[in-house]
Design a protein around this ligand. Structure first.
Ligand SMILES: NC(=O)CC[C@H](N)C(=O)O
Length: 346
């Protein structure tokens, strides 16, 4: 299956001088407008349509045959599971076509890392999928959107990006959708993979790759959203000094099927929170221990006896990414041991 997909992706690339890249626009700052050229905070996101984004970068024509589609027009803090299902289905439809070589998704930066990981697990193709955004609105001095879009289209049209999983490309760097995070509220170099490292650079009209993710993704992933119109409810509970179980209990009462605990340190559970998590698990709610630290491994049977409690350790996924894997895992099984395996696979 994966070999056939690789072959078809390669053949499509060879069919024409320029690759065919579709840009799916979803909103964000890259499509934002401010009152003046110096407005870089307090602008309005998700205003400019995809055709205007493309027109603003005439250089795109030199690197790809570009088509644009406005999938939705939102600030990415409003991204929902429904948006993800719609987007993943559209990406899969397009990538199944022989005349589409790669996809670029323009996106608000706040939840890029979540959409990237969701697609990394649900896209059924090895063809390149690149998510891009901007930190300055389109009207700003030195707007970063145009160069980021140019690099993203170049990357999505490159054979070097085939089979690398969903990529996030901003600020001349290529990051893996699995590992990347927004690390600064406002600077242009916000997207980083601090401990594991980014994959390569965009320079001189081409990608330069130095590493790749070994965890399974895209064509090799077992998740199939093609027949789904909703995902199981999974929520996040935060760990902090003097915390309590009030929010946890409310989420469980509201019907959460899974809870990701963004614990302190190595996924530690306070004496105030732990009994609530144990009760929730007894009621059938899946519990994943992650960490608010944002880097490192949450070790199974480390800060809690996961074997005894039937909990899952998040491995290296941060809470917002662990939430996505748990939702998708719950579409396949409710067995905590099987879900733990998925956390070591993806
Ligand atoms: N830089 C941005 O894209 C942030 C704008 C907005 N909050 C969003 O995520 O869509």
């Amino acid at each position: 299956m994966a070999a056939a997909l690789t072959l078809s992706a390669t053949m499509a690339f060879a069919a024409d001088g320029l690759p065919n890249v579709t840009i799916l626009a979803t909103g964000g700052t890259i499509a934002g407008t401010g009152a003046t050229s110096t407005t870089t905070v307090g602008y309005t996101a998700a205003k400019v349509g995809v055709e205007k984004l493309i027109e603003a970068v005439p250089e795109l024509k030199k690197v790809a045959n570009v088509k644009g589609e406005q999938v939705f027009q939102i600030a990415s803090e409003n991204m929902t599971n429904d948006h993800w299902l719609k987007l993943a289905k559209r990406v899969n439809e397009l990538l199944a076509q022989k005349d589409v070589d790669g996809i670029v998704i323009t996106h608000g930066t706040d939840t890029i890392e979540e959409t990237a990981y969701f697609l990394n697990l649900t896209v059924k193709s090895t063809k390149p999928v690149v998510i891009v955004g901007a930190m300055r609105p389109s009207t700003a001095i030195s707007a970063d959107g145009p160069v980021n879009l140019y690099n993203a289209v170049t990357l999505a049209g490159s054979k070097d990006a085939v089979g690398k999983g969903v990529l996030v490309a901003l600020n001349d760097q290529i990051n893996a959708g699995r590992d990347v995070s927004k690390t600064n509220t406002s600077t242009a170099d916000t997207f980083r993979t601090p401990e594991l490292g980014f994959l390569g650079y965009m320079q001189d009209n081409r990608p330069h790759f130095y590493r790749q993710v070994v965890r399974k993704h895209t064509a090799e992933a077992e998740f199939d959203i093609s027949a789904l119109d909703s995902l199981p409810q999974v929520d996040i509970v935060y760990g902090y000094a003097n915390n309590n179980r009030t929010a946890l209990d409310a989420l469980v009462k509201a019907g959460a099927k899974g809870i990701v605990h963004a614990g302190v340190g190595n996924g530690s559970l306070s004496n105030a929170m732990k009994p609530g998590l144990i009760e929730a698990r007894k009621q059938g709610v899946l519990i994943v221990r992650s960490s608010r630290v944002g880097n490192g491994i949450v070790a199974r049977n480390g800060e809690a006896n996961d074997d005894e409690l039937d909990f899952v350790a998040s491995d290296s996924l941060n809470p917002q990414k662990a939430r996505i894997l748990l939702m998708l895992a719950l579409t396949k099984t409710t067995d905590a041991k099987a879900i733990q395996k998925m956390f070591y696979t993806y």
